[in-house]
Design a binder for this molecule. Structure first.
Ligand code: AMP
Ligand code: MG
Length: 487
């Protein structure tokens, strides 16, 4: 276990120099205080969890103090936003403080979001509000606990600094961890600004540090692109299987590592709704729940375009063609597991599709349905779920097929089935209304609800005593909440 001043820095991205990022010091927040910290994320840096409660912790992660070895930088990138190209974006309010080298031999970027103005702030104020910082913190740690690749979050620091959004709010900072903060948009920036040398440097940096196994391949850059395609297919399959809607899948928000990144107006589905749009500035539904699948491919083709200096167009096209089949295979595999199936049959995809259609028509809670389906005995679990459906004949027909399919599946006990299903079907997810309750309390100075919710979501598959209220459908006020896109 380390104290805060014992972290070892090795700032590899900063060493790429001024063409890639600009030195900027964080602009401190007034009266910083710890809102919440993640012990699991602290462990990634070998930090003793007790240090989170020390005053210096809040000072470091609110811009008041800096390690001597830190090299705070704002990165430059661009990206496609809602399908249109924005030639210059960059870290407008976040700083890469440095890279910490852990005892496990891993490098972790420390990225401080909400750290003040940078050369890339454009019209923005460089700040992040408490509400959005809490949402990013809870989502990254909750996704990780579900087994969905994501950036991590070390802590949220609150403050008295006023920040103006639709109304006056308070500034906060979230400390984000990831092995890299390189986005698809980094490659697009150097491609569209016609800087081939820097683009090569960036590509070599990503290849050698993050995809070293690809360097053994005959065409290392192609191997790397293939790996990125595979990781995106798998990540998006997990989003779809667990009902996560990202909301702003612009290419500047897509990580080169295939992890969920840059949380804005995201949401987990309550009722199953394939057409759900969580971002209410997304008038055309470009990033609706079901559109995430083709958008994943669209984003990969935008990256492919930026990689044309290194890889032939034919090879890029062929590799892009792997995305959809890989996605489908991962998705079906996960959905089979969610249904408790251990074998594969040709009609399983149809079984899933029919179920989702019935759920859609009846507004069935997506998370609780699968959790309860795993209860024992199976026949009784199915019978009890029937009440949630409007189209009873439709559900009965599905249930008959499902029950027959389970019988053909394998010879296991009811208890084994239950255990297997509960291990993949969470009881607790980050419902918007739960986040909203925790935020409302935090805005009035009570951080206990954020901390409790974070704790519950860190073990989403485990039934926790006294936490029934976190495993409920939303109350009427909490359905279809309008989440502000300003953050
Ligand atoms: P986002 O939609 O949060 O992914 O941000 C898109 C771009 O706008 C990125 O370049 C951000 O750094 C920048 N940005 C967002 N909010 C602010 C802000 N309050 N101040 C400065 N830049 C911002
Ligand atoms: Mg972003």
């Amino acid at each position: 276990m380390k104290a805060l001043d014992e972290l070892t820095f090795d700032n590899r991205f900063a060493r790429l120099g001024d063409a890639f990022s600009t030195h900027v010091l964080p602009d401190p927040l007034d009266e910083p205080r710890l809102v919440v910290a993640s012990n699991a994320a602290m462990a990634l840096l070998d930090l003793d969890p007790a240090v989170a409660e020390t005053p210096v912790f809040a000072e470091l992660f609110s811009g008041h103090k800096l390690w001597a070895e830190a090299e705070p930088r704002a990165m430059v990138y661009s990206g496609h936003q809602f399908g249109g190209y924005s030639p210059q974006l960059g870290d407008g309010r976040g700083l890469l403080l440095g890279e910490v080298y852990s005892e496990a031999g891993e490098h972790w970027d420390l990225h401080l979001k909400g750290a003040g103005l940078t050369p890339y702030s454009r019209m923005g104020d460089g700040r992040a509000v408490l509400r959005s910082s809490i949402r990013e913190f809870l989502a990254s740690e909750a996704l990780h606990a579900l087994g969905i690749p994501s950036s991590r979050a070390l802590c949220v620091i609150g403050s008295d600094t006023p920040v103006w959004r639709e109304k006056q709010e308070r500034g906060a900072m979230v400390l984000r961890l990831a092995h890299s903060h390189v986005r698809f948009g980094h490659f697009e920036y150097f491609y569209y600004t016609k800087k081939p040398e820097q683009q090569k440097e960036l590509a070599e940096h990503v290849l050698s540090l993050h995809y070293p196994e690809c360097m053994e391949q005959p065409e290392p850059y192609l191997a790397m692109f293939r790996e990125i395609v595979e990781r995106n297919a798998e990540m998006i399959a997990k989003w779809q299987a667990y009902g996560f809607c990202h909301g702003v899948m612009n290419t500047d928000n897509m990580s080169i590592l295939g992890i969920t990144f840059d949380f804005g107006p995201f949401a987990f589905l309550d009722d199953f709704d394939a057409h759900f749009i969580c971002n209410h500035s997304d008038h055309k539904g470009r990033y609706s729940f079901s559109n995430q699948v083709p958008i994943g491919q669209w984003n990969l083709s935008a990256l492919a375009q930026a990689l044309t200096p290194f890889i032939s167009v034919d090879a890029l096209k062929e590799t892009l063609g792997l995305y959809l089949p890989l996605y489908q295979a991962h998705y079906l595999d996960l959905m089979r597991r969610r249904l408790g199936l251990t074998t594969a049959e040709d009609d399983d995809q149809k079984l899933v599709e029919r179920l989702l259609k019935l759920m859609q028509n009846s507004g069935v809670d997506y998370t609780l349905f699968f959790r309860r389906l795993g209860d024992e005995p199976a026949a009784q679990a199915v019978a009890q779920l029937r009440d949630d459906f409007v189209d009873l004949a439709g559900f009965d027909a599905w249930a008959e097929q499902y029950t027959a399919r389970v019988e053909r599946d394998g010879d296991y006990s009811e208890a084994q089935r239950r255990e297997r299903m509960h291990a993949v079907n969470p009881l607790y997810i980050l419902r918007n209304y739960l986040a909203q309750n925790a935020i409302a309390a935090a805005e009035s100075g009570d951080y206990s609800e954020v901390r409790r919710l974070h704790e519950v979501l860190s073990k989403p598959f485990e039934e926790q005593a006294g936490m029934e209220q976190y495993a409920q459908r939303p109350p009427d006020w909490g359905k279809h909440l309008e989440i502000s896109c300003s953050s």
